[in-house]
Design a protein around this ligand. Structure first.
Ligand code: GFB
Length: 312
């Protein structure tokens, strides 16, 4: 891949896709193509085939997916399995028949078994039962990984797969019913401060631990993997550190300057207790390491949210 290669970024308006576009543009890549979901519904196989036929991309970053936090995963099971199966199957198949030179597909740390030994190595995939709260999403995404591997094994297609942890940064969603925990906590704590609320309740026990990676660190790794990684196995790209939801809330409380008390509503689900990735393979193979600390990343993110409709 070079700066003149024709590169399709599927999901370019999302958290990860937009970070990939920023990174590629910063590095001088000039021939990027993307479509909004209104312009191209990736669940429509014929539309996707036609798009690949016309555009003939050489490289594909497949960052389009139906994603959401624990409640969204529990509420919209059919959409999480159907949309993701359709999107990834259509794009991976079209990439295969159009002879795309390389495709990168994104999985997630929640694809590993709920009780996998920590930190989780790539070899743990499909060794145990999944976390029930995101089983439908995980099964769809595991199928995507297997489809990439199948094309690689049958035809030698250079389709690689990557496992990130919980990712945060610009262009995230703040819809409290559907979003991930980090943006949810930023919004909830910001609003509690505005209202001078003496107490704020967050979901679950606060005990589960999560690994948060800034999306700009992830996109740096994804570009390097596109240039250097060709193996059949997925590769973990994580921050190599995790933090409890209670600690995360404390950190965000300090950043925002909220003085009330944070309590936990144990009637709400916790999800998996822990899903810390072992990223030693990435560190060894591509010499990648994250550069943005969680505190700095969140401070910068919080400072950039004035435009959000809930901020005022
Ligand atoms: O980001 P999140 O929703 O999903 O985080 P997962 C859930 C954890 O944060 C649970 C707690 O322990 C929740 O109880 N939590 C506390 C909250 N307050 C809130 C809140 O206001 N909103 C949310 N959302 N959580 C997701 C998967 O799992 O991880 C996705 O469901 C994806 O499919 C993503 O894989 C990376 O981290 O549990």
């Amino acid at each position: 891949m070079n700066v003149l290669s024709k590169i399709y970024i599927a999901g370019h308006t999302g958290l990860v896709g937009s970070a990939i576009v920023r990174k590629l543009e910063m590095r001088g890549y000039k021939n990027l193509i993307h479509k909004t979901s209104a312009e191209l519904d990736l669940r429509n196989q014929q539309a996707v085939n036609d798009f690949f036929d016309q555009q003939k991309p050489e490289y594909v970053f497949l960052a389009a997916a139906k994603v959401g936090g624990i409640l969204a995963n529990l509420t919209y099971k059919s959409a999480f399995i159907y949309d993701n199966l359709q999107i990834q199957t259509n794009v991976i198949y079209a990439a295969h028949f159009c002879g795309v030179k390389k495709l990168l597909f994104l999985g997630s740390s929640c694809l590993y078994p709920r009780l996998a030994p920590q930190p989780i190595r790539e070899t743990e995939l499909l060794t145990g039962a999944l976390e029930p709260s995101n089983e439908f999403y995980a099964i769809a995404k595991i199928s995507g990984i297997k489809l990439c591997q199948a094309y690689k094994m049958d035809y030698g297609s250079n389709f690689i797969t990557v496992m990130p942890p919980n990712v945060y940064g610009p262009n995230d969603h703040y819809d409290l019913e559907n979003c991930h925990v980090l943006p949810a906590l930023i919004r909830k704590i910001h609003e509690a401060k505005k209202l001078n609320s003496p107490t704020l309740y967050l979901w679950g026990s606060g005990k589960p631990k999560r690994e948060f990676l800034h999306v700009d660190d992830l996109s740096e790794a994804l570009l390097t993997l596109m240039l250097q990684y060709d193996e059949l196995s997925p590769i973990n790209i994580g921050a190599s550190a995790d933090i409890s939801i209670r600690q995360l809330a404390k950190l965000i409380k300090e950043i925002i300057g909220y003085r009330g008390q944070i309590k936990f509503d144990v009637t709400k689900p916790d999800g998996t207790p822990r899903k810390l990735l072992d990223s030693s393979k990435a560190i060894q193979l591509i010499n990648w390491k994250p550069t943005i600390s969680l505190e700095n990343g969140m401070r910068e993110l919080y400072g950039s949210l004035e435009e959000e409709e809930w901020y005022e």
